[in-house]
Design a protein around this ligand. Structure first.
Ligand SMILES: [Zn+2]
Length: 217
């Protein structure tokens, strides 16, 4: 028992009832089929927790289509089977080995607070993130190799955008350190994709592995 849990605020209860009476009611056979048949998503997406990142909306995806994991700055840590708690690696393991998704998309975005925090920490302006006890700070350590690559860009705004894109690149690199990812990629059963979403203008850029650049879609 935990006495800290409270009833939902009424605006959420009302919205739920609205959804149940319309979207669910009109598609209930489909929902029943989803429930009976289990999930068979074709793609896994790793995106940021940022509330403005709306991957299902961008791709018009319905229930059952995307297996989605969200974390701060859409980062994938390196493979590290040390017996500790690894939420992102667990989602990855399940998506690739149990669901056998065919596509794995890492999606970064503009105005990413996580990437900004990493930037400020790396240039000495965010001592609170350097604290060993900072969960965000230690999570952003994953992106430090990306900062090293972009730190000489003179303009600060350009530097931060470049770091947001590095969050995608570093994650794509780290994905290949997981043996089950590497095996699936080399067998042609899984393809990796990198995207960066410009929230304001709705732009989507795709990482081109051959040139190492992001190209607008
Ligand atoms: Zn973000």
């Amino acid at each position: 028992m935990t006495s800290h849990a409270k009833p939902l605020p009424s605006y959420l209860v009302q919205r739920y009832h609205g959804w149940k009476a319309t979207t669910w009611e009109e598609n209930k056979a489909w929902y029943k089929r989803l429930a009976m048949g289990g999930q068979h998503p074709r793609a896994m997406v790793i995106s940021c927790c940022d509330s403005r990142v709306h991957v299902t909306s961008i791709f018009g995806a319905d229930q059952g289509e995307f297996f989605i994991h969200r974390n701060i700055a859409n980062l994938v840590p390196p493979h590290n089977p040390d017996g500790e708690h690894h939420g992102t690696s667990a989602a990855l393991e399940y998506g690739v080995t149990a669901l056998k998704v065919a596509h794995l998309v890492v999606m970064g975005h503009s105005g990413c607070g996580g990437a900004r925090g990493c930037h400020d920490m790396c240039c000495g302006h965010a001592p609170q993130l350097e604290d060993r006890a900072s969960y965000v700070g230690r999570w952003m350590d994953i992106l430090r190799p990306g900062y090293e690559r972009i730190k000489d860009i003179a303009d600060e705004a350009e530097r931060v955008t470049a770091l947001e894109k590095q969050a995608v690149v570093v994650s794509l690199e780290n994905l290949m350190t997981f043996p089950f990812v590497r095996t699936a990629v080399e067998a042609g059963e899984l393809s990796l994709h990198g995207l960066w979403n410009d929230i304001g203008d709705g732009g989507l850029q795709q990482y081109d592995g051959a040139s190492g650049t992001f190209v607008p879609l």
